[in-house]
Write a protein that binds this ligand. Sequence first.
Ligand code: 1HN
Length: 345
Amino acid sequence: MMDLGRMDDLPAEYRAALAEQNLVPLWPSLRSVLPPGKPVPRTRATAWRYAGLRPLLMQAGELTPIEKAERRVLVLANPGHGLDKMQASSAIYLGMQLLMPGELAPSHRHTPNAVRMIVEGEGAYTTVDGEKCPMERGDLILTPTGLWHEHGHEGTEPVVWLDVLDLPLVYYMEASYVTEGAPQTVKRQGGERTYLHGGVVPSPVFTRGNRRYPMLRYPWRDVRAALVILAETEPAIEAVQMAYINPETGADCQNILGYSALMLRPGETLRLPVRSPAAVFHLIEGSAALTVDDSDFTLSPADTCCAPGFAQVVLRNASASEPAFLFIADESPLHKKLGVYEVRG
Ligand code: 1HN
């Protein structure tokens, strides 16, 4: 590969004359924007431990009332991007949110898409587009772009969930903004029950397919049962994995980030294909070891880890007797839509 000229090879007056007219020579930066063979990611393999994070989140509950926070969140920031950027990867934002009994996080809607993966506690709910979605451990609740959402808590213990948003991308696009709203009137509840069986969908002739996001809550109880059944009925299958999809279209449940749940059989080691999108792994149940290229992590329940794109990820169930269950978020819908998706075996 050709050795290219550097910035300081150029005379100072010439550089000043360029800057004066908002001009920049390409060749000193060409190798950094187009590295050979594969990208050089800023995203660093990083794990966030729930045991370390939880006491600080509870402390935030004492230090900052919900009225002063709107959303009481500790952001899981990737040091490779700089903590102030609040990014787990180039397109993924992660945060752990705490809601205390009786608190209300007021209704708003925004352009970034969000999902919640419930980590602990009972009695909280999110109302999304008029549908009241109870939050139970392991549930996935969508708050897609443009839909009103607010969180409330009718229980007695703190409730914590993991927020996953495509905020870094939408912000980078200069498309990120919020609209505040009045408390919603609940119009529906239990919407997920209308999609209980994958092969049949509600089909009234006048209203069929009129909602872009027909399913907002994916109860963990059902997803976990589906994984166990898949493992039993397809013993030869390599990865016991279920994708969270739009049941009306079969497409990814959101436009930018993709979501799935994966079961590691007792003692199983799973080498994932090397792919272009970055990914996040959050342990719902069991114990797992995770290797991202040269970095090793052990995950306990509610621990979260991210891997850059083009990394070799190996997942291992640390138990020989119990299954482990992971929630996975990745950038594959985005990469596929943009035509830059790659799998390298
Ligand atoms: C947001 O709206 C929520 O609604 C949580 O709970 C985290 C992070 C950035 C921007 C908006 C929520 C968020 C957020």
